[in-house]
Design a binder for this molecule. Structure first.
Ligand code: HEC
Length: 279
């Protein structure tokens, strides 16, 4: 009897060791409050996993790449969500993209279609330039005719969590502009660009999910201490203003952010400098 108990304990221990040895990073997916977790192997084994070709791979400097990937829309089910909901993609390094739900649910290849690329542990991806890690284990990529129209910060890599959320302006009213501003006011266009390209790393008025860069309104807004030309230049290419080995902020190529769009973002920043929130 004692022997049997001992044997069972041994099996249990071996089982635990075995389990640890195969423990894989997982991605957490929360849709309307329900959370599921997937390992790399579980996603790679799905019947809808396919080999896809990415013509211009943002994380790998625009190279062309091939991935094993799952159509993101298949993971998102059809839960009814408010029209302006987003899918928040949080990376292990504090980056947090806000992706419009209608965009990530699209399946029409004449537009951009989102796929969740999964790194196969048996065939690791190359390291990112200047970093000791790859874009894996989970990386959101775009294919389809309009893939190139997805901006650079809408390609989150090293994703740990995907979760549906209300639109950023509804979730964080301190990001909002005066409702009385006309729909065509450039500050509104700047706000929407800021949410796509900057909020993924920077908070503003303490609002946002990212932990990567500094808050861009409090205590001080960059328009209060940068000369205008230097600020424009910094947003285009931070290294052209100051550089060091630990720099994180990326440069934006003109096809990701035009000069006019940088000016719109700066207009939003200048506007928000007059709308600081406390603390
Ligand atoms: C991938 C993350 C990332 C993105 C995207 C990003 N930034 Fe940054 N940014 C940083 C980090 C981190 C710093 C701090 C300096 C560094 O480490 O490079 C920074 C610094 C800055 C600074 C200098 C602040 C100071 O006082 O030193 C400004 C201004 C700025 N960012 C504006 C922007 C704007 C505007 C956008 C959107 C167009 C943007 N950033 C997008 C990560 C990012």
């Amino acid at each position: 009897m004692l022997k049997r108990v001992w044997f069972a304990a041994l099996l249990l221990t071996l089982g635990m060791i075995g389990h640890c040895a195969v423990a894989q990073p997982t991605i957490e997916l929360t849709i309307g409050g329900t959370t599921r977790s997937f390992s790399q192997d579980a996603l790679l084994a799905r019947a809808d996993t396919a080999e896809i070709h990415v013509a211009r791979d943002i994380a790998y400097d625009g190279a062309s790449s091939t991935y094993r990937a799952v159509p993101l829309a298949n993971l998102l089910d059809n839960a009814a969500l408010p029209a302006d909901s987003v899918l928040e993609a949080r990376a292990t390094d504090g980056f947090a993209a806000q992706l419009p739900m209608d965009l990530v649910r699209n399946r029409d290849p004449s537009q951009a279609v989102a796929w969740l690329a999964v790194e196969d542990p048996a065939h690791p991806w190359p390291k990112l330039r200047g970093k000791p890690v790859s874009a894996g284990p989970f990386y959101l990529v775009w294919v389809g005719k309009e893939a190139a129209s997805e901006r650079s910060e809408q390609w989150p890599y090293q994703i740990a969590r995907l979760a549906t959320q209300p639109s950023p302006a509804a979730r964080w009213p301190v990001l909002a502009v005066d409702p009385a501003l006309p729909a065509t006011d450039p500050v509104r266009a700047g706000q929407s660009l800021f949410i796509t390209q900057c909020l993924a790393c920077h908070r503003l008025n303490h609002a946002g999910s990212a932990d990567t860069g500094p808050d861009l309104n409090v205590p001080m807004n960059p328009v209060e201490y940068f000369q205008p030309a230097a600020l424009h230049r910094y947003i285009r290419n931070p290294a052209s203003v100051r550089d060091w080995p630990g720099r994180v902020m990326p440069a934006f190529a003109p096809d990701q952010l035009s000069d006019r769009e940088i000016d719109l973002i700066v207009a939003y920043l200048a506007y928000m400098a007059q709308r600081k929130t406390g603390r």
